[in-house]
Write a protein that binds this ligand. Structure first.
Ligand SMILES: [Zn+2]
Length: 269
């Protein structure tokens, strides 16, 4: 458990790459148990974060959520009416949280110290404010799935595993393509990804519902192609994934797969 910490204490003489090689990187849980994990990233929009988490909760399905630190900070400091203390309320529904770093930049060139100062510590600070001083993320999921030695070093130092995914629902890729079809794509992008927005994006920039429905088809196609026991499924806090909830639940029921939190899935590996 704490082995990485003692290695790190001698930071003058440790072998950087060998310490990085100790990091736990999880893309899939190898198990025969018919369990999978629904994970949701980013959560820029309080509106869709709440809708998705609440609707799954009503179906008794717990999620593993990786919010961006900035989104948590916005909710702590400037929540829209009705979304106050949203993260604590999501936790009380039974959802659990990992860390998706603070700014959602590509961290390819980041040093370990930069990752600590600009990404992880600011995220931990806002998540502890939202979820309590003892909060510890169940994992770190780097934006875009970028893995570097510095990130692995960070994972060992903080004793937090790196969590990727085995099935990309492609809700984000598909939503970006929907943006391109909007008459004013930049406005639409601001609306969809801004945590300062608390309404239905359809009301604002352009009518996207047909496109979002097609995204739900894309999501289900990816489920059919890549699902198996132990799969960690990647979604985002987007309308397309919200629209797909009923179909996701029906699919998992048909395939006799139970969605569980990642911490539970890991106990079956
Ligand atoms: Zn992300």
């Amino acid at each position: 458990m704490g082995g990485g910490l003692s290695t790190f204490a001698h930071s003058g003489d440790y072998d950087y790459s060998s310490t990085a090689s100790q990091a736990r990187v999880i893309r899939h849980v190898y198990t025969n148990a018919r369990k999978v994990c629904l994970s949701f990233d980013d959560m820029w929009s309080e509106y869709y974060t709440w809708k998705i988490a609440r609707d799954f909760h009503r179906l008794n399905i717990p999620l593993t959520i990786f919010p961006i630190g900035r989104a948590v900070d916005n909710n702590n400091a400037r929540p829209h009416q009705g979304y106050e203390n949203m993260y604590a309320r999501l936790r009380d529904m039974g959802h659990e949280f990992g860390c998706h770093l603070y700014t959602h930049r590509d961290i390819k060139e980041f040093s370990l110290q930069q990752l600590i100062d600009e990404e992880l510590e600011p995220s931990l600070k806002v998540m502890r404010r939202a979820l309590g001083a003892n909060f510890k993320p169940i994992g770190i999921r780097p934006p875009y799935g970028v893995l570097t030695d510095a990130l692995k070093e960070l994972s060992v130092k903080y004793d937090i595993p790196l969590i990727l995914w085995g099935l990309d629902s492609q809700d984000s890729i598909c939503t970006s393509k929907c943006q391109d079809n909007c008459p004013d794509a930049s406005v639409a992008t601001d609306v969809i990804y801004s945590s300062l927005w608390d309404g239905d994006p359809d009301d604002a920039a352009c009518v996207r519902s047909t496109c979002d429905e097609r995204c739900a088809d894309t999501i289900m196609k990816n489920y059919e192609s890549y699902m198996r026991p132990g799969t960690i499924i990647l979604h985002h806090g987007l309308k397309a994934s919200h629209l797909a909830i009923r179909r996701i639940v029906a699919f998992l029921r048909d395939w006799n797969l139970q969605p569980v939190r990642l911490t539970e899935l890991l106990t079956h590996g």
